[in-house]
Design a protein. Structure first.
Lengths: 247, 247, 247, 247
């Protein structure tokens, strides 16, 4: 086994202009958006990625069938040609983060990708009403379009930089002459956050120039708000048990 | 020294259709079953496995003779040809888990193995009467035979996937076109558990089609139950000292 | 991506007799001095250094543009030819420290460097008035010049050796026949310390034989002393809130 | 820089029948004995060992001269030809322990070594009067000679095997057909323990067949006993301050 293995599933890998990364992270915001788009655009899986840098385990499906921890590349070859990078885990080691991000870019170049969008959450540690979409770019020229689409840039946010694939893809892609934008949905960071994902989807769709039905995310976001409202009510009523349902 | 070294002890490695893995893990359930089978079937040791991924230490036998931490392959070449993978430790690092599992599969292919059974414990955190044998497979087609032999499949068990060799051998073997089944004896996870091992042995024997005398495991399980009963009694009597004997 | 990549930015790398290392460390003393010199001498950036041993993240500038964590080499080719090694991080792993230091020395040799000055802080755990400049050399013959310039040598300071790039560059450069001196500004270790940096700059300038305007560091040091005086006053007055401004 | 570098200091490495390892460990027992022998036998240094697996730092001598963390090989070519392995550190990583031990054995083979003695401490967690010398061998045939020299073998000591170089050299040397004996001086494990070292020296001298003046170690041991007696007295007198002098 190589340190990182990309298994292409079709004879011809296909092609894409854009890569959207939505690996697991804060509030699973990026993951929610990318998986929503894959579903709405009926993108097709074209590659499995295995690596010794993922946690050493298998994941068991509802049918009792185990499979290796993996990341996946999906492809939507419609009017817009878009590749998606999603999956189970990010790297379990610091060095692995770099080597995986580099391999993701090899795959992106293989597909002909020119621009990368990395999606994530920006955890602020408290519940947020009307979550913003914080942004970063790897070339200043990309900034006006992101702002026009609703992405915000704030001098001190996020304060510690961007960690993991969403960050490294921005930095490493520049060395290859690729454009990259990171969009981060503001979120508490405590819960899987479809509301932050819904806001992020709006900005991303505008930026890419696609129309996507976001109602499913909005429904999940509404359910979430009801859940949080109930939670707050229970807390006021001194009912600590309600908190148990979060984890 | 290479990262992983397999030292074959005979001129000809021999051959096996099945590999049974029982490395140390939760409740040492898999280890108990595999070592019991090696003893009952009088399997012969055919290989030592050394690795820089094992803890950096030697183990001292009762005779004061030290030997490297190692894993071992045993071979039973009777009516059924069965290889066993047992040993002192699993990997001390995440990456090492992958590289060792890959090396185990190289050895399995070297022996001609077509199907792999990985054995482990499923820790539930409380004492269990009538422990189940939870199961996972690497191809759905394998499931009916496992269920017929008494293995159970439950949607949410184990919830976090299967970690270590028992999991990775399932996932990595699929990439090589090998069948693999994981059997996990339900156990508290606090004690070495011959009762869980005894239950697992029944399912495994049925699946492989061998008859093995499980009385030794049953005797140990009975002793264990007496020990636990005494423990419970002491606890009721407020005798905390009894608990000291567990560790 | 290689484990360590040095990207030279000019056709010809240029040349230098001296390398001054000021990577992040205790009290950021070395970093303050090296960056001050780069500014005063208007040194030009000649190389970027990227590595999988740096933390896996990007840093976001005030303009929202992200860039990889990196180290940098600057070059001043005046009467004295001086290279500077500065940057965001030291290695995140123990092995990486060695491999990065070795790569820094490759770059230094590429520039023709004969002598290395590594700059750091010596944390003593309490506020220091009149901070000393502790020193170490990699050949005894270098000691008199350092002492003449105001660097001190004390048998038991620092007691645990010198960790990271400032230390390893001393040790590894000797194996290549290069001279190296480490200067450590005495500091509490709790705060970024321009006062310790100012003292270190005096010794270093004397040693190298350059005249540098240190007034900017002195101004920052004076501001710092006022800040600390206020802090002490607040503490006497029982105003714990003042302490919040340190972090 | 290679992961491990052995720098031989003479044209011809020389030859030795025996290697004595005394790297830092519990109570520094092995280190004390090996360094005492080097001094008494006026062994000559023949090699420096550097490695990225050692802690990333330099050590500063009393003269202010820094040097890389390193291990060293000394050679005594008298009636008995004996090599010594001593130094600053053991490996900082688990994998490094294996790779370093393997490199030590390469060096030993280079010198023609046939038998290895690894020296260490056996920490029991309480003060010991009349410390034993626990032993382990890598072939049962070696045991009678060790017992005749005063080394003890106890079924359950040390219970967790032998960790680090002292252990791995026993295990790895067997794969190369070399004999190896580990001698462990019983010690509290809290203090550098010349008394345990003195006892270990007696057994080792007998085993190798050399006469060494152990009076220096005995003097240090006597001083230590006085120190401990004072400590106990102070404790009885409720003088907690005395304890501060241990660290």
């Amino acid at each position: 086994m190589d340190e990182i293995e990309i298994h292409w599933l079709r004879e011809e890998a296909g092609s894409a202009d854009i890569l959207i990364e939505g690996l697991p992270g804060i509030g699973h915001v990026g993951k929610l958006v990318a998986e929503h788009l894959i579903q709405e655009l009926r993108a097709e899986k074209v590659a499995d990625i295995y690596s010794i840098f993922f946690p050493p385990q298998v994941i068991i499906g509802g049918d009792g069938v185990a499979r290796l921890a993996r990341n996946e590349i999906f492809l939507h070859e419609g009017e817009k040609k878009i590749a998606f990078l999603v999956g189970d885990y990010q790297s379990a080691s610091a060095e692995g983060h770099y080597l995986l991000a580099d391999a993701y870019l090899d795959a992106a170049e293989h597909l002909g990708v020119k621009r990368i969008f990395t999606l994530g959450g920006y955890g602020v540690g408290h519940l947020v009403s009307g979550p913003r979409v914080l942004s970063a770019v790897n070339r200043e020229e990309l900034r006006p379009a992101v702002e026009a689409a609703g992405g915000e840039f704030n001098r001190d946010e996020p304060p510690g930089g961007i960690i993991g694939a969403s960050g490294l893809l921005l930095g490493l892609s520049l060395l290859r002459g690729m454009d990259a934008v990171c969009l981060m949905g503001e979120t508490s960071g405590y819960l899987v956050d479809p509301r932050a994902a819904s806001g992020l989807l709006t900005v991303l769709s505008e930026l890419i120039g696609i129309e996507v039905d976001g109602s499913q995310l909005q429904t999940r976001a509404a359910e979430m708000e009801q859940f949080i409202a109930k939670l707050a009510e229970s807390e006021r009523a001194g009912d600590d048990d309600a908190l148990r349902y979060i984890g």
